[in-house]
Ligand binder design. Structure first.
Ligand SMILES: Nc1ncnc2c1ncn2[C@@H]1O[C@H](COP(=O)(O)OP(=O)(O)OP(=O)(O)O)[C@@H](O)[C@H]1O
Length: 456
């Protein structure tokens, strides 16, 4: 193991020389590779890139597995099977499969069972006016878990870094105290485990579930808004929260909206969300977007002229995932076509992602989707014949918003909403218009949806 680690840079350079690999290919595919672990005669190699970059991983193993294998055998005198992984896949390896590199085995196992992405750290997080408060609060929590702010509730729109910050907290804590038990889950994982435990209907499975969640030191639950309306899950969450909180264990939650906009959430839970500190992340300003792009280029050892970075940063304003997606597209293009990126290539390749300065068009379709997402019901239910108020009310809200925010003919709106005629649309829209003025709660809900549709 030590020999491999010591010789790793030398191994990579030898592959480059022996197999005549160009500088750009070396920089892109080989130089980033890191030894993740060794198990008997299997060497697990990490390609630290985007979690969803399976395409690159397949490419690396197809093209470079053999050269690496041969060179490793020549230099270390030992043959290894090679396994290539992406950051997110590190958590899929069974802890018992891996032997620590540098860390103690127990610490490595602990890291793997945390489900943390090692790339999401404070170091790789660019701070700007939009996220400074959330970043500072997260760091305070990471430095003094269970003491500074509990729970920490991070909220904001999609792709703005909430998950990144949450993982950064977990990674920081494990770095500092490797034996702490940190657990990251999405609320969907939590929900599925509750359902599974109930379905198994044995006290064993429920107590295993509780053991798992109530014995951690730090619980990180992503996208907590999805537990709204799921009664058993809310109940289980409530007890988990209380058990951890009263034991001084840290809880961090993220959501797409603040607790006060979670209208149908059990008030006991909503008040707990608000016990600690709430921090929002907003859309990054131009400088922050440029800084994020520069940082990503640096990490990927890729260089792009400022003009192109500026083109991306000026046109993708409200979602960092999309910003990174645009950059990744250009990196992939440059690697595959073996060419440098010009402004012409950038604007052609990004035309589907970037539509300069055109605000998102608000269409009835978009409204229906947004309303169904807000009330956690499916679009199919929205357009069905179901008349229960849990479905009929959101449907009427969609009618109201379509009439109010678009110039679509009533017939077209009716047809999108399951073939309803124009008088039904008028009736639904008028009913909600009246309630909007008299029902404060509904007023808030509708304003929240409007804001999501038209964030500027
Ligand atoms: N300030 C930042 N600095 C560097 N990278 C960032 C920053 N904010 C977000 N990112 C990157 O943008 C991508 C999307 O971020 P993340 O998944 O954390 O968003 P999110 O707010 O959790 O979104 P969603 O609500 O859709 O789950 C990630 O790759 C993340 O690393």
């Amino acid at each position: 193991m030590d020999l491999l680690t010591k010789k790793w840079a030398h191994i990579l350079k030898t592959v480059k020389q022996e197999y005549n690999i160009t500088d750009i290919s070396f920089k892109t595919w080989l130089a980033p590779l890191e030894i993740f672990s060794v198990q008997k005669d299997t060497l697990v190699i990490l390609f630290p890139t985007d979690e969803s970059n399976q395409m690159s991983l397949n490419y690396i193993s197809k093209k470079y597995e053999l050269p690496l294998k041969v060179t490793i055998a020549e230099i270390t005198g030992k043959e290894y099977h090679l396994q290539f992984i992406l950051p997110g896949q590190a958590t899929n390896l069974k802890p018992s499969d891996v032997v620590s590199q540098g860390h103690r085995l127990a610490d490595r196992e602990n890291f793997l069972s945390s489900h943390l992405n090692p790339r999401y750290t404070f170091d790789t997080f660019v701070v700007g006016a939009n996220n400074r408060f959330a970043q500072t609060a997260s760091l305070a929590v990471a430095e003094s878990p269970g003491q500074a702010y509990n729970p920490l509730f991070i909220y904001g729109g999609p792709g703005l870094g909430k998950t990144h910050l949450m993982h950064a907290i977990g990674n920081f804590i494990l770095q500092d105290s490797p034996s702490k038990k940190v657990l990251y889950v999405t609320s969907e994982d939590f929900l599925n485990e509750v359902i599974e435990s109930i379905r198994n209907n044995s006290s064993g499975s429920m107590s295993r579930f509780r053991d798992k969640y109530r014995t951690v030191d730090i619980l990180l639950i992503d996208d907590i808004q999805f537990i709204i309306g799921k009664e058993s899950t809310q109940e289980e969450f409530f007890h988990t929260f209380n058990a951890l909180h009263s034991a001084g264990k840290q809880i961090v939650l993220t959501s797409d909206r603040p607790p006060k906009e979670m209208e149908t959430l059990d008030t006991r839970i909503r008040s707990r969300f608000e016990w600690g500190l709430m921090a929002d992340v907003g859309s990054p300003d131009y400088e922050t977007r440029m800084a994020i792009l520069r940082r990503r280029c640096e990490m990927d050892r890729f260089s792009l002229p400022d003009e192109i970075l500026d083109y991306i940063a000026s046109n993708i304003k409200s979602n960092i995932r999309e910003l990174e997606g645009a950059l990744n597209k250009l990196i992939a293009y440059s690697n595959l076509e073996k060419t440098t990126i010009t402004m012409e290539i950038a604007s052609r390749e990004l035309q589907n992602i970037i539509s300069p300065d055109t605000p998102r068009e608000i269409t009835p379709q978009l409204i229906i989707e947004m309303v169904s997402e807000h009330y956690q019901i499916s679009v199919d239910q929205m357009i069905s014949k179901n008349r229960s108020s849990a479905v009929a009310k959101p449907r009427q809200i969609a009618m109201y918003l379509c009439k109010d925010m678009t110039s679509s003919p009533l017939e077209a709106i009716g047809s999108l909403l399951g073939g309803r005629d124009h008088s039904t649309i008028i009736h639904g829209a008028n009913k909600i218009a009246d309630e909007y003025n008299s029902d404060e709660e509904l007023h808030k809900q509708i304003d929240a949806i409007r804001k999501k549709l038209n964030p500027s």
